[in-house]
Design a protein around this ligand. Structure first.
Ligand code: PMT
Length: 411
């Protein structure tokens, strides 16, 4: 049996759908409560045909939530709050019908709406007839949900209520308790679990002609280290990287690009995200009118290169709107008056935090292993000692995690 220490004090929102296995959910509530878990229940209309709201209410010692349209529930406990005030949503039994509605993103009853509105991990315990479970539609729905991060326990093999044999029996209550304990135990060390992050890193290469380009000395060490540090704390990270010599960091999905415009497109494709950290040294300008032929030294002197401005990725991601990540962090590479210029840059780009570093010759900030940074937020500046870039990344990732924990507690 798994260690259940991680369960005490946690809050589970249990969705009970309409299946014969719903009776096991009553046992599940008891086992969770014995271990110090607060259980709040949502009972679907079909679920209420298998277990009574009164039994669920008595065992949870809480209101049983049933109706999307109940004025009382909606005013006192809207569906958003219902899912936000839980640490985990558990669907047991998860019927073929509810899995299909979840996969389709439907919001046609309270259970489906809460599952669609949640920003918390979701664990499903499927329970249905063996043929329904094995049907291509159910398998496709389950695979889709799992690809979106939904977790699953069971179903088990066994004799079904309908006397058929095979997979489809809901996992036993203690197996579900073990699965829940496992999720919380992991989360204890992964405060950013369930969060999505975009990190930009490295230089961009802006073509002059088919064989030449404008670049800079960024190695990608700082940005890659930040991507790895956020992934280590549980975030699902998309690293958008310019050309570097570094291996892809473990646990991140990496998009390799060359130009600023490609970097912007990759970042936009990775939205929605909770966090964006722009550590890349993006070329501010590119050559206008690049042709497909190599520029020739034809005796007429050097070519006049006309430059045009690149899109600003940080400013674009910081723009207010539905798709803006909740926390946008920029970098400021300065060669003098670091704090003053970086503070002005934070305001100009519209990001939440800016990490200022001195990139003057001799500092080794571009390409080197260490960095000396100042974290500038709305409420002040923190100056960190010189550290390895990995350590800067770990400290920044911790600050991001603390930000979300505080933000969550404030809600
Ligand atoms: O890669 P390393 O060798 O490890 O070096 C790390 C680093 C010095 C590159 C890194 O710490 C750093 O400072 N990155 C930002 C470099 C930079 O371009 O700074 P900036 O002050 O010019 O730009 C400000 C911010 O706007 C940055 O977050 C930058 O990513 C972003 N930007 C800039 C221009 C643009 N067109 N789009 C952007 O998103």
């Amino acid at each position: 049996m798994a260690d259940h220490a991680s369960l005490a004090g946690k809050r589970v929102l249990l969705v009970i759908a309409g299946g014969i296995a719903a009776y096991k959910s009553l046992e599940l509530i008891r086992r969770l409560r014995e271990r110090g878990v607060t259980v709040r229940a949502v009972l679907t209309e079909a679920g209420a045909r298998f277990v009574t709201p009164l039994s669920v209410q008595a065992l949870t010692e809480d209101t049983v939530y049933r109706d999307l349209w109940s004025l009382t529930d909606e005013s006192e406990m809207g569906h958003i709050r219902l899912s936000r005030e839980a640490d985990l949503l558990v669907v047991a039994p998860a019927t073929a019908n509810l899995l299909a509605r979840m996969a389709a993103g439907m919001a046609d009853d309270l259970a489906a709406t809460v599952l669609l509105a949640t920003d918390k991990p979701v664990l499903v315990a499927p329970a249905m007839n063996v043929r329904m479970w094995q049907h291509a539609a159910t398998q496709a729905n389950m695979a889709l949900l799992e690809s979106r991060g939904v977790l699953r326990v069971g179903p088990n093999d066994g004799v079904m209520a309908c006397n058929e044999f095979g997979p489809g029996r809901m996992a036993e209550p203690m197996e579900i308790v073990d699965a829940i304990a496992g999720i919380f135990a992991q989360d204890a060390h992964r405060p950013l679990a369930g969060r999505r992050a975009i990190v930009t890193s490295g230089p961009t290469h802006e073509p002059i002609d088919p064989v030449r380009y404008i670049a800079n000395r960024s190695s990608g060490k700082q940005g890659h280290a930040i991507a790895a540090a956020l992934a280590k704390l549980g975030a699902a990270v998309t690293l958008v990287s310019g050309p570097t010599r570094l291996p892809d960091p473990a646990g991140c999905s990496v998009v390799h690009i060359e130009t600023a415009r490609e970097m912007l497109a990759a970042c936009e494709a990775a939205l929605p995200a909770d966090i964006a950290v722009c550590a890349a040294a993006v070329a501010d300008w590119r050559v206008d009118g690049v042709g497909d032929r190599k520029l020739k030294k034809d005796g007429g002197g050097p070519p006049a290169l006309a430059l045009t401005e690149n899109p600003d990725i940080l400013a674009t991601l910081s723009r207010p709107g539905d798709r803006r990540p909740a926390l946008v962090v920029g970098f400021a590479a300065e060669t003098g008056d670091v704090l003053a210029y970086a503070t002005a840059k934070r305001a100009r780009k519209g990001c939440d935090w800016i990490v200022a570093n001195d990139v003057s010759p001799g500092t080794g900030t571009f390409g080197g292993g260490d960095n000396t940074v100042h974290l500038i937020r709305a409420d002040g500046v923190e100056s960190w000692p010189t550290m390895a870039k990995d350590a800067v990344a770990a400290r920044l990732a911790e600050a991001v995690a603390e930000h979300f924990i505080k933000d969550f507690k404030a809600k």
